[in-house]
Design a protein around this ligand. Structure first.
Ligand code: FAD
Length: 337
């Protein structure tokens, strides 16, 4: 079992969770960040990486993806550790007031405080309505996101979808897999025109099979996926051999397991005390889009402010007898842990 020990376990690698690493680092607190998605950045990476943002102080304009990269650079000196692609499921409070956080894949994080920065919740894949799809989840041939492209090396892949994810992964995996078939229910793609063009070129070069106006309607196998049935909109069906099927129909955020933790909630958000963004459970804090309080604004800059005050609260929870003295970051040069 993977086991990590840290001061603060931050759940969510969105902008607010990432900035919390910086604020914690200034207080000499180490952080481990967990995210259900395979990449950092939360909504900025998943929903709008190319959108300009105009309301980050000091940046008249910054692309969401660039802001995430800058945040990663900013927290580098504090050496945060990450578990990506694993959803946090539960926690246990230990006798000494510290916590044991566990993920869906069994990773455990032993920490002195928890900061939930889960945004809109964990992004869950939209699954196509295909019988027995669930039989092949969990490494048996059906994948809803690509965590490690090497999983698919030399495989026969069927990818389904018409958006950016389906196009981007088709392009990337064409060089990794033995065979890639992209199935799309329409004839035009929703994703970037440039990516659609690349997929068409790969198809013409014989590197990708493109099956339009069709859907994957059945999955076959015996414990492990062996193939899928592709049915055209005119009703004709064909069975195709496949080692993996990757339906990429987007992700929807859900509050998920944190909603079952017994924390005080309001409208699917975690209620906090704005003094330090503590929740109803001592030692557990909530910052960013996931929390609620009178006057709450779901904005990145508000989440940054919350992260700063939350770290003060976490410091006091972890060190009840120590007095914290505020120092400006410039006093001692570049901050490090
Ligand atoms: P998120 O960015 O949502 O990140 C939360 C992360 O937590 C996710 O990656 C999720 O996978 C993870 N997570 C949740 N639950 C779990 C779990 N159980 N286990 C593991 N991981 C978990 N704001 C602005 O200030 N300016 C703008 O211009 C702006 N434009 C926007 C445009 C669009 C289209 C959208 C959708 C939002 C926009 N916002 C903007 C809002 C801004 O994106 C959010 O306020 C911000 O992303 C909140 O950051 P966060 O870190 O709290 O959460």
């Amino acid at each position: 079992m993977n086991s990590v020990s840290t001061d603060i376990c931050i759940i969510g690698a969105g902008p607010v969770g990432l900035f919390a690493v910086f604020e914690a680092g200034l207080l000499k607190l180490r952080c481990h960040v967990v995210d259900a998605l395979p990449q950092v950045g939360g909504q900025l990476s998943e929903i709008y990486p190319k959108k300009p943002i105009y309301d980050i102080p000091g940046f008249p304009e910054v692309l969401a993806g660039d802001l995430v990269q800058n945040l990663m650079r900013q927290i580098e000196p504090f050496h945060p550790t990450f578990t990506l692609g694993e959803r946090v499921e539960g926690y246990e409070k230990l006798e000494d007031g510290s916590f044991r956080v566990t993920t869906i894949d069994g990773t455990e994080i032993l920490c002195k405080a928890i900061a939930i920065a889960g945004g809109l919740g964990s992004f869950e894949p939209r699954k196509p309505a295909i019988d027995s799809l669930a039989d092949f989840e969990g490494g048996k041939g059906v994948y809803y996101m690509v965590r490690d492209p090497e999983t698919f090396r030399d495989q026969r892949l069927v990818i389904a979808g018409g958006g950016d994810s389906a196009l981007d992964w088709t392009i990337f995996l064409a060089d990794v897999a033995k065979e890639v078939t992209l199935v799309h229910r329409g004839t035009t793609f929703r994703g970037a025109a440039d990516s659609a063009e690349k997929v068409k070129n790969l198809h013409e070069a014989g590197k990708v099979k493109l099956v339009l106006s069709s859907n994957v309607t059945h999955v076959h196998g015996n414990g492990q996926l062996h193939g899928v049935t592709i049915t055209a909109n005119d009703g004709t069906a064909a069975q195709v051999e496949a080692d993996s099927f990757i339906p990429l129909f987007g992700l929807t955020p859900k509050l998920g397991p944190i909603g079952e933790w017994g924390l005080e909630l309001e409208d699917d958000a975690v209620k906090v005390n704005t003094v330090d963004y503590s929740t109803s459970e001592p030692g557990i804090f909530a910052i960013g889009d996931i929390n609620t309080y009178p006057g709450k604004l779901k904005l990145i800059l508000c989440g940054f402010h919350e992260a700063a005050l939350m770290c003060q609260g976490a410091f006091k929870y972890i060190n009840p007898d120590k007095k914290y003295v505020l120092k400006y970051t410039t006093v001692n040069g570049v901050p490090t842990l």
